[in-house]
Design a protein around this ligand. Structure first.
Ligand SMILES: NC(=O)c1ccc[n+]([C@@H]2O[C@H](COP(=O)([O-])OP(=O)(O)OC[C@H]3O[C@@H](n4cnc5c(N)ncnc54)[C@H](O)[C@@H]3O)[C@@H](O)[C@H]2O)c1
Length: 308
């Protein structure tokens, strides 16, 4: 199939592209390279460097006639969204409406969308299932839930088929490890450099971590499954940051120095998903456990450092 991946040069997007190529689909990437990188993509991939809000998107749809859109492009930084909610909404809401308009005009078969656990805020019960109410603690989380409503609206108005995957905390190779990146990427870099790790809060906050290749596999699976459905996509397991650091110590076989600092606004205290729905309806289960995924991720960052 011909698949347009927005945000395809980013962390998750580039793994989705790899998976699509492995399954012999044709891939076009739209990415403004704001956080994504060209080197994340294999050489033969068509990369169109434009903003998802741009009017140039219509040429892309005209010229390439994608059958499926996987929409991953987004402003993903929670803190940035609190500091500049307008900027967040411009990409995450208005940019997505631009994509949706082209999807319906070109009668594409389906759009697959990356939603987030950030929509739920501090959970009312655990594990979080698909019916859990939304109480986002950031404009980022809100923008993701607003888009879910747009997808349902486009389905009612125009019969636009969609699948929504609410990713938990995704980690793995190619994740940004600067201050704005994911916690596992940051901890990997810092611990390899023998730096002190900063923990926001008491470290007892829990997260549901899923390895990026599992996420890519589930996302590509939705080309043929989950029509007009929503799935929570995580490992179905929770781990505290303190225990995550213990795993790092175990893998690296060394002690790690820690600095506990004040919790950040908009950070969620506890979360993990129920993944029963995706398991039962799509026969999907993540394959890589946390220790295995962490080892792969640490090795990736070690390799990066040795090539610098
Ligand atoms: N990483 C996670 O743990 C996680 C969790 C839940 C949901 N998600 C969602 O998954 C998707 C991918 O996230 P990621 O972690 O790979 O982040 P990322 O920052 O690596 O990827 C986002 C990509 O979108 C591109 N982009 C950003 N704004 C754009 C714009 N206006 N126009 C065109 N391209 C633009 C960036 O250059 C980047 O390549 C996002 O929608 C994010 O909200 C991620």
């Amino acid at each position: 199939m011909k698949v347009l991946v927005t945000g395809g040069a980013g962390f998750i997007g580039s793994h989705v592209v790899d998976k699509l190529i492995e399954q012999e689909h044709q891939v076009i990437v739209v990415d403004n390279l704001s956080t994504g990188k060209e080197i994340n993509l294999q050489n033969n991939i068509k990369l169109i460097n434009i903003d998802v809000s741009s009017s140039e998107l219509s040429n892309v749809f005209e010229e390439h006639q994608p059958e499926i859109v996987i929409h991953l492009a987004a402003q993903i930084n929670v803190n940035k969204s609190i500091q500049n909610p307008k900027l967040d909404a411009e990409t995450n809401i208005l940019g997505t409406i631009n994509i949706l308009e082209h999807c319906r005009k070109h009668k594409i078969k389906k759009i697959i969308y990356a939603a987030s656990a950030a929509q739920f805020g501090n959970p009312q019960y655990l594990p979080i299932d698909e019916n859990h109410p939304f109480q986002p603690l950031s404009p980022y989380g809100l923008s993701k839930s607003v888009v879910e409503s747009y997808l349902k609206l486009y389905s009612r108005l125009y019969n636009l088929n969609h699948t929504i995957l609410r990713y938990a905390n995704v980690y793995g190779p190619r994740q940004n490890s600067d201050a704005e990146g994911g916690v596992i990427a940051i901890f990997s870099q810092q611990s390899l450099n023998n730096q002190q790790l900063s923990i926001f809060g008491d470290g007892k906050q829990t997260r549901d971590f899923i390895y990026v290749e599992d996420v890519a596999e589930a996302t590509v699976l939705m080309l043929n499954k989950g029509n007009n459905q929503i799935y929570n996509l995580g490992s179905g397991k929770e781990i505290s940051l303190n225990n995550l650091i213990n795993l790092f110590k175990d893998i690296l076989q060394k002690d790690i120095s820690l600095n506990y600092v004040e919790a950040r606004k908009g950070d969620i205290k506890k979360n993990y998903y129920s993944i029963e729905k995706i398991k039962n309806e799509c026969s999907f289960l993540p394959k890589i456990n946390l220790k295995e995924g962490l080892t792969k991720t640490i090795n990736y960052f070690k390799n990066l450092q040795s090539h610098k």
